[in-house]
Write a protein that binds this ligand. Structure first.
Ligand SMILES: CC(=O)CC(=O)SCCNC(=O)CCNC(=O)[C@H](O)C(C)(C)COP(=O)(O)OP(=O)(O)OC[C@H]1O[C@@H](n2cnc3c(N)ncnc32)[C@H](O)[C@@H]1OP(=O)(O)O
Ligand SMILES: NC(=O)C1=CN([C@@H]2O[C@H](COP(=O)(O)OP(=O)(O)OC[C@H]3O[C@@H](n4cnc5c(N)ncnc54)[C@H](OP(=O)(O)O)[C@@H]3O)[C@@H](O)[C@H]2O)C=CC1
Length: 292
């Protein structure tokens, strides 16, 4: 087992910022890096606001929140971020982007550093092959919102060592999370099941079976889902949902994973969901308004 004290997070988007928050709250020193440095500044603001809300809800104290925030340091370069015991990659869901990050990062790492990817769907074995340490590489898949969701899905690549896996389990548990293990197949367990369900909801909309409000109400009240599938797709990011469908479609070569053309069109329009202000809902006002 490797002793972890300092954790670097690469990518300060929706997931990178949430993971940085959870890891800092778990008592680790955190370095946060993004290709766009202003994303790190925004993330620190979001983390501070989230920690304050959690203190107000009695989930933590203000002092604990402040201490967690102090433990997160922006990294200006990848070389700065690389000085860590564990590096968690949470950059965009694009295999070429992730492999380029790992290729640049690998020569900068200490010999014992562990690497993890928060990928939603991409082969851990293939990502590990872009590094010099496939035995010290693992899928560490947090769910959104990372501070709230209980699960971390662990994915071993073909070369991941038992020691790396044990370290990852202990690390996730030290953050108060529960782990589950998935074999390295497209989209693993959670997204293999969840994202095709969301894609089907987009087909139901596309075919005119129901409108946005009816579809979400149906699943919220009819199946006790906390969010309707279209609300959840907006929350996840429609670009992320489409990327996962494409990994399933390409990786499993089965037409049942065909991304709905309406989902493709929304992403092409830049309607990426909550993060871009418009998806299946319009977020420009105080309450989200269905768009169809
Ligand atoms: C894509 C992948 O690779 C894997 C994935 O992550 S798949 C997605 C997995 N996630 C889900 O399925 C989430 C489904 N939704 C839920 O479970 C719940 O609606 C929820 C946990 C998000 C919120 O439940 P809630 O009862 O409102 O919890 P609450 O304690 O009030 O809020 C928890 C956090 O969620 C945030 N939140 C709640 N609803 C939100 C929304 N519609 N949009 C954005 N944030 C929201 C809250 O602001 C809060 O964050 P802070 O701690 O920073 O304040
Ligand atoms: N959204 C979700 O519900 C979940 C997503 N995930 C996974 O987490 C990862 C991140 O997703 P998410 O946070 O939603 O995506 P976001 O688009 O919110 O964040 C990705 C961030 O990575 C940055 N980035 C892109 N290229 C690089 C690079 N070369 N080096 C450093 N940073 C880079 C992006 O910058 P820029 O915008 O400038 O390109 C952006 O700030 C993906 O693998 C996704 O599949 C996992 C669980 C849930």
């Amino acid at each position: 087992m490797t002793t972890i004290r300092t954790v670097a997070i690469i990518g300060a988007g929706q997931m990178g910022s949430g993971i940085a928050q959870v890891v800092a709250a778990g008592g680790y020193e955190v370095k946060l890096y993004d290709i766009a440095s202003e994303r790190v500044t925004l993330a620190l603001g979001e983390i501070a606001a989230s920690l304050a809300r959690r203190a107000a809800r009695g989930l933590t104290t203000e002092a604990e929140g402040q201490a967690a925030l102090q433990r997160i340091v922006p990294a200006a370069t990848l070389a700065e971020a690389a000085k860590a015991d564990l590096v968690i990659e949470a950059a965009s869901e694009d295999e070429a982007v992730k492999k380029a990050v790992f290729a640049e990062l690998t020569p900068l790492l200490g010999p014992d550093a562990l690497l993890a990817s928060n990928t939603s769907s991409i082969s851990i074995t293939r990502l590990a092959s872009a590094t010099d340490r496939p035995e010290r590489f693992i899928g560490l898949h947090f769910m959104k919102p990372a501070p709230t969701m209980k699960l971390v899905e662990l994915v071993r690549g073909i070369a991941t060592s038992a020691s790396t896996f044990e370290t990852a389990v202990a690390f996730a548990e030290s953050l108060g999370k529960t782990t589950t293990e998935s074999e390295d197949f497209p989209a693993f367990i959670v997204n293999r099941i969840l994202v095709p369900m969301m894609n089907e909801a987009v087909y139901v909309l596309y075919e005119g079976v129901g409108d946005v409000a009816s579809i979400d109400k149906a699943l919220k009240l009819g199946a006790n889902h906390p969010m309707g599938p279209l609300e959840l797709a907006d929350f996840m990011g429609l670009d992320v949902a489409l990327a996962i469908m494409n990994v399933l479609y390409d990786g499993l070569a089965d037409s049942k994973y065909r991304p709905c053309p309406l989902l493709v069109k929304y992403v092409e329009a830049g309607w990426l969901g909550k993060k871009s202000g418009r998806g299946f809902y319009d977020y420009s006002g105080p309450t989200p308004v269905p768009t169809r």
